[in-house]
Design a protein around this ligand. Structure first.
Ligand SMILES: *[C@@H]1O[C@H](CO)[C@@H](O)[C@H](O)[C@H]1NC(C)=O
Ligand SMILES: *[C@@H]1O[C@H](CO)[C@@H](O)[C@H](O)[C@H]1NC(C)=O
Length: 225
């Protein structure tokens, strides 16, 4: 049994070695810059990280229709270097062949953000050398910076406007407070005049005017407390 199994295992590894090698058909090179991306917090690229990478690639391919049978074991890594770079291929579960490069490219491109996030890396520090980032790499990093600058300027202007409005309200309140002290006397004088005139329309108007003015006056007396 074991004797029979051993050659089979050898054959499988030989086939895998043949499928996954630098510049092989449908093979992709990946380069990681962990130190650049994470500095002192850089983690070591080990077998568990490799496993996660294989899982992310398998997951990405499974998101394509008709590729739900892809397993982690279908993703092969090879020629892993210490300052981390490696090659990978994805084998077709039904044949001893690799999946077409176009399919792998599409799957990786569609799931690029999730793959980056799994490793705390970005398009510059996790490079798929044969898979260009979604829509041209030069424009992508510059757009967010521009948006951030615009957002900051917009925020400052908005804060300035709010401060102006608030200070305007304060000034007007102070003015109306000052004028009320003299205005009260005038009000009394005015009512005296309207009563003396005895014209109903005028009285009504002035009453309304007085009531309206009385409300904000009361509010202002109590709000500061
Ligand atoms: C890749 O790895 C294989 C097997 O370990 C080795 O024979 C080959 O020379 C390596 N190729 C490169 C370009 O490092
Ligand atoms: C793999 O496929 C090739 C032809 O595509 C065939 O000759 C070979 O026997 C196959 N190997 C296995 C292990 O199925």
């Amino acid at each position: 049994m074991l004797v029979a199994l051993f050659p089979t295992l050898c054959l499988v590894t030989v086939i895998h070695a043949q499928l996954c090698r630098p510049d092989a058909e449908n093979a992709f090179k990946v380069r990681l810059s962990l130190k650049t991306a994470l500095g002192d917090k850089a983690y070591a690229w080990n077998r568990n990280e490799e496993y996660l990478f294989k899982a992310m690639v398998a997951f990405s391919l499974r998101t394509l229709s008709n590729r739900e049978t892809i397993e982690i074991s279908n993703v092969l890594l090879c020629n892993i270097t210490k300052r981390v770079s490696f090659w990978f291929v994805v084998t077709d579960p039904s044949k001893n062949q690799t999946l077409p490069a176009s399919e792998v490219q599409e799957a990786i491109r569609m799931n690029r953000n999730r793959i980056n996030n799994a490793f705390f890396l970005n398009d510059q520090t996790l490079e798929f050398l044969e898979i260009p980032t979604t829509f041209g790499p030069p424009t992508e990093p510059s757009t967010p910076t521009w948006i951030i600058t615009f957002g900051a300027v917009f925020f400052i202007v908005a804060v300035g406007i709010v401060l102006l409005i608030i200070s305007g309200i304060h000034k007007r309140r102070r003015k109306s407070k000052a004028s009320r002290e003299t205005g009260d006397v005038e009000d009394k004088h005015e009512t005296m005049v309207t009563i003396e005139n005895g014209i109903p329309c005028d009285t009504l108007d002035s009453k309304e005017g007085r009531i309206n003015r009385a409300f904000p006056a009361d509010d202002e007396k109590f709000t500061p407390l």
